[in-house]
Design a protein around this ligand. Structure first.
Ligand code: 6PG
Length: 466
């Protein structure tokens, strides 16, 4: 009685997925490499801790693990993105057979996934890159899954993935085949880009309320909970309200946490990919750079002593801040979707934007009421900013974000994402931009040529400027 599904790597996410799979009645094998100094192997200890794992088999020897699986084997890797994935692939390869399927559920770089897909294809093995979102709890209760690779291979694993995933509002699995090669990991990467911006926007709004409106964390938590009752509802806003209520002794825990934001690379990859594909993903780039600036804590401390910044209190009503946040979130999602659309064209993935948003309606970190709004909308609309409903929302909130950004800048608050969203919109809606000046300058110093308004597709003109 061999197992039907194998999982390598019993970190936080791997463990949760094993419990989820076994809890759903699947017969699984679990592998974790032996760690010196541990008396019993990690997989075995883990198995003993959870009753749902009573049918699961635990291993710390790779050959025995691979051989414990029915063919075609289905092995999911939950190891750290990067070299570890290649190492594990090399370790399992000698024991694998033609037709077996390897699934990488880590936050792998999509070009690595593409390369591994080609490499294993030559050896007759299917490689699937599956984005997994939802953190520890999501992996256990039902993550959002973003699979990419061969459709045939997907058919063989979909029974497992679609059973363990979260459900959308209609009760369908938050998992479906999305595209070839590295598509799944690209989509997860773009998800994280949107995630970075959503987090930073909340951080900016929090700072404006805390310092500009002099609100205590629990009052801001009340406000965010109120916002969550309506169209601004999101998982990230919900958890932020919980964060803001937490105390340690007499202090708000948030005040005790060091203000240096870490990252594991996905935001950087998204920024690079957007830049390479010619997509101005300014909100997420600003979110990433905000994390980078935060890392220079000691320089910031010195600069603070030198420039002694004094923040002014904000006069604008809170509802303006709310609407500025609403506005910026729309721009953020638009940029994420634009990135996916461009990648889809570039790599011929034929991505379905509505389906991707459907998968993001539950289980993942960016789940929100707005994502739910996008599912039907993206069935007919290519550019969400040109949709009448969205345009209505943006027009309603435009004065609010303009005033919020203006007052916040005058009050010396750093608001890179709110500003980026507004600037993006102001550039996007210009039928006559200032790029004519760039073209003239390029022609002046480099004779690069320019086109004229009356013949936009026509020949290049050159002026002898000097
Ligand atoms: C998710 C998260 C998850 C994880 C990232 C965060 O969708 O479940 O995105 O993948 O939290 O690793 O990345 P940073 O460490 O870069 O913030």
């Amino acid at each position: 009685n061999k197992s039907e599904f194998g999982l390598i790597g019993l970190g936080v996410m791997g463990k949760s997925l094993c419990r989820n799979l076994a809890g759903k009645g699947f017969y699984i094998s679990m592998y974790n490499r032996h760690v010196d100094g541990k008396e019993e192997d990690i997989a075995l200890t883990f198995k003993k801790d959870f009753p749902e794992l009573h049918t699961a088999k635990a291993f710390d020897k790779m050959q025995a693990f691979v051989h414990s699986l029915q063919t075609p084997r289905k092995i999911m890797l939950m190891v750290n993105a990067g070299k570890a994935v290649d190492q594990v692939i090399e370790e399992i390869l000698p024991f694998m057979s033609t037709g077996d399927i390897v699934i990488d559920g880590g936050n792998s770089y999509y070009l690595d996934t593409q390369r591994r897909y080609e490499y294993l294809k030559e050896k007759g093995i299917s490689f699937m890159g599956v984005g997994v979102s939802g953190g520890e709890e999501g992996a256990l209760q039902g993550p959002s899954l973003m699979p990419g690779g061969d459709p045939d291979a997907y058919d063989k694993i979909k029974g497992y993935l679609e059973t363990i995933s979260a459900r959308d509002p209609d009760g369908n699995a938050c998992c479906s085949y999305l595209g070839k090669g590295g598509a799944g990991h690209f989509i997860k990467m773009a998800h994280n880009g949107v995630e970075y911006s959503e987090m930073q926007l909340i951080a900016e709004v929090y700072q404006l309320l805390r310092q500009g409106k002099n609100m205590q964390p629990d009052k801001i938590a009340d406000l965010f909970e109120e916002w969550c009752q309506g169209e601004l509802n999101s998982y990230l806003l919900e958890i932020t309200a919980k964060i803001l209520r937490r105390k340690e002794g007499n202090n708000w825990l948030i005040d005790l946490i060091l203000d240096k934001a870490a990252n594991k690379g996905t935001g950087n990859w998204t920024t690079v990919a957007a830049s390479q594909l010619g997509i101005p993903a300014t909100v997420l780039t600003s979110a990433l750079y905000s994390r980078y600036i935060s890392a220079f804590k000691s320089s910031r401390e010195k600069a603070s002593a030198l420039y002694s910044p004094e923040k002014l209190s904000l006069e604008l009503p809170i509802v303006h801040i709310k609407n500025a946040y609403r506005f910026a979130r729309i721009i953020n999602h638009h940029q994420g979707i634009s990135l996916l659309k461009e990648a889809s064209e570039s790599y011929a993935w034929e991505l379905d934007m509505s389906e991707i948003c459907r998968i993001w309606t539950n289980g993942c970190i960016i789940r929100s009421a707005f994502i739910e709004t996008l599912v039907p909308l993206l069935k007919k609309e290519k550019d969400i900013l040109l949709n009448a409903h969205i345009a209505g929302m943006l027009k309603e909130s435009y004065a609010a974000i303009t005033q919020t950004v203006s007052e916040a800048v005058l009050g010396h608050y750093p608001i890179p994402c709110l500003t980026a969203a507004l600037n993006y919109f102001n550039s996007y809606k210009e039928d006559r931009s200032n790029a004519n000046m760039i073209q003239a300058q390029r022609d002046f110093f480099g004779a690069h040529g320019y086109r004229k308004n009356d013949d936009p597709e026509g020949d290049l003109h050159h002026t002898n400027w000097s």
